[in-house]
Design a protein. Structure first.
Length: 279
């Protein structure tokens, strides 16, 4: 049974981060300049904004891993405009020509992958919250790449086949349960939760938490990942909660750091939720 407290192996997750980035790259590389300006489900953000955000965050992650003092100065500057600094960076990046923006993201993510692979064992990297292990930082970058890739896919009407890389997104989603409560000023529940997710291969089950826990969450791994990254509304997903604390968690789950997001509205009758083909 996978242990949600265990950190994935560094090289494994960096390899998966590379593959996840390459998949999104293939989705955007052939887009026309007009398509780069297409709106995504994130308010005000075009496809160019999504890629600019990934490039910027990868650059910041490299800064954190290689120049912690410079990163600390960046955090102090960001703290002076906590509600706008992310959008401002995306706005600036999205203004570049598509070819230049794509090249910037490729360079940033390749540099980050090299830095993560070369980091000495036991390295802790400063971040906007508590410092993270190298593997945890790589996992967080994969989660964000997948989530913003979902925004791009939704803007294009594309359906991405779920892969085993979702186990990293699920891992963060499970680990972030207490954070989802705390960031809303709520007391995290004391009861353990058992999470059992059907992996994309249709055979494997990814399980987290004590087998005998009364609080339980079950369903497809894709649906769980869409929920914890707030890329689909719970009403559109095939997730099942047993117990009041598990049910309450699914109503506020988030795998990302920062304030609670508004999430997605329900897809509505006759519309396929994010990540699914029309039925």
């Amino acid at each position: 049974m996978p242990d949600p407290a265990a950190v994935p192996a560094v090289l494994t997750v960096v390899d998966d981060l590379c593959d996840e980035s390459d998949e999104l790259d293939r989705l955007v590389a052939a887009l026309t300049p007009e398509q780069w300006t297409a709106p995504t489900p994130a308010p005000r953000w075009s496809i160019a904004h999504q890629v600019a955000h990934l490039a910027w965050t990868d650059e910041v992650a490299v800064l954190a891993a290689t120049a912690p003092d410079a990163f600390a100065a960046h955090v102090a500057e960001a703290a002076s405009a906590p509600a706008t600094f992310v959008d401002a960076a995306a706005d600036t990046g999205a203004g570049a020509p598509p070819g230049a923006l794509l090249g910037r993201w490729r360079e940033a993510r390749e540099r980050l992958q090299d830095v993560l692979r070369a980091a000495p064992p036991g390295t802790r990297v400063p971040w906007y919250g508590p410092p993270m292990s190298v593997a945890a930082l790589a996992t967080a970058r994969l989660m964000e790449t997948w989530a913003h890739g979902q925004d791009v896919a939704d803007a294009l009407g594309a359906v991405r086949a779920p892969t085993a890389r979702l186990r990293h997104v699920a891992w963060i989603g499970v680990r972030a349960r207490d954070y989802a409560f705390a960031v809303r000023g709520l007391q995290p529940p004391r009861d353990a939760v058992r999470v059992e997710l059907a992996a994309p291969d249709g055979v494997t089950t990814w399980a987290y938490g004590p087998e005998g826990a009364a609080q339980r969450v079950t369903g497809p791994a894709l649906d769980f990942c869409l929920l914890v990254t707030q890329r689909a509304h719970r009403d559109d997903l095939d997730l099942h909660a047993t117990g009041p604390e598990a049910d309450r968690w699914l109503g506020i789950a988030q795998a990302f750091a920062g304030p609670p997001g508004p999430g997605r509205a329900p897809a509505g009758p006759g519309r396929a939720p994010a990540g699914e083909a029309p039925r």
